[in-house]
Design a protein. Structure first.
Length: 214
């Protein structure tokens, strides 16, 4: 049977990227998605905004919802201070299998913990599974209708602290209207929109950065 797009993306990384070099893995994926096949990675333009927020927060504990092929996982992990771990949750086992190989190829496997399962089931287990008290940084890039329920779950599980940073992809395209309305109107968040473009296109999209106020 025909290979899947994530498998073709992985093959391009194994063929063209330098093993152990996260930047070359990132550049190879961006080139492949621009010139061969579009894929739903956060991409290079929004990726620069993601990089700047990760560097600013310099998190000790970080969570990513929606690994897909591991592009943003590698982008985030390459900037984490030594000794810190990025926990990334992925629901689809086929995507997880590709992401594990891309993460390993980048050489960042010691900074990343990929957990297969649904965020709704796994978030309540973060304390017991990883001894996590709170997350300094959360990147949301999974099913768009899960953004709002999942941050409410993070609040309920007391996994956010005063100053925790949430960064959400695709708040314009495909769009997460209920999430945006919540973080922009809740007294518990201070929110800011970073205008950009949908990965590898000229369509408007952006990232929403929200600080939990406790
Ligand atoms: O649909 C999009 N993203 C959904 C991503 C979903 C990813 O997260 C899990 S779901 C999950 C993971 C963990 N827990 C629960 C569910 C899926 O298996 C996939 O790996 C999207 C679409 C476009 N676009 O242009 O159409 C652009 C983008 O940047 C996007 O992110
Ligand atoms: Mg996205």
């Amino acid at each position: 049977t025909r290979s899947t797009r994530p498998q073709r993306l992985l093959r391009a990384v194994q063929k063209k990227a330098i093993k152990g070099d996260p930047q070359s893995v990132i550049s190879t994926i961006d080139y492949f998605c621009r010139h061969s096949e579009w894929a739903m990675n956060v991409g290079d333009e929004k990726g620069v905004i993601l990089d700047s927020v990760v560097c600013e927060v310099s998190p000790s504990t970080a969570l990513e919802l929606g690994t897909y092929c591991g592009y943003s996982t590698v982008r985030i992990a390459r900037l984490l201070p030594p000794g810190t771990k990025l926990i990334t949750l992925e629901f689809n086992p086929d995507y997880a299998a590709v992401a594990r190989q891309i993460i390993e190829y980048s050489g960042l496997q010691d900074k990343i913990c990929l957990v297969e399962g649904a965020s709704g089931d796994l978030i309540p287990k973060m304390q017991e599974l990883f001894g996590i008290k709170t997350f300094d940084f959360v990147f949301l890039d999974h099913w768009k209708d899960r953004y709002l329920p999942d941050i409410k779950l993070l609040e309920e599980c007391q996994l956010l602290r005063k100053g925790s940073i949430l960064l959400a992809d695709n708040v314009i395209c495909p769009g997460t209207p209920d999430y945006l309305e919540y973080v922009r109107n809740s007294p518990r968040y201070e929110s800011k929109y970073f205008k950009s473009h949908l990965e590898y296109t000229k369509v408007e999209d952006g990232l929403e950065k929200s600080v939990f106020l406790g």
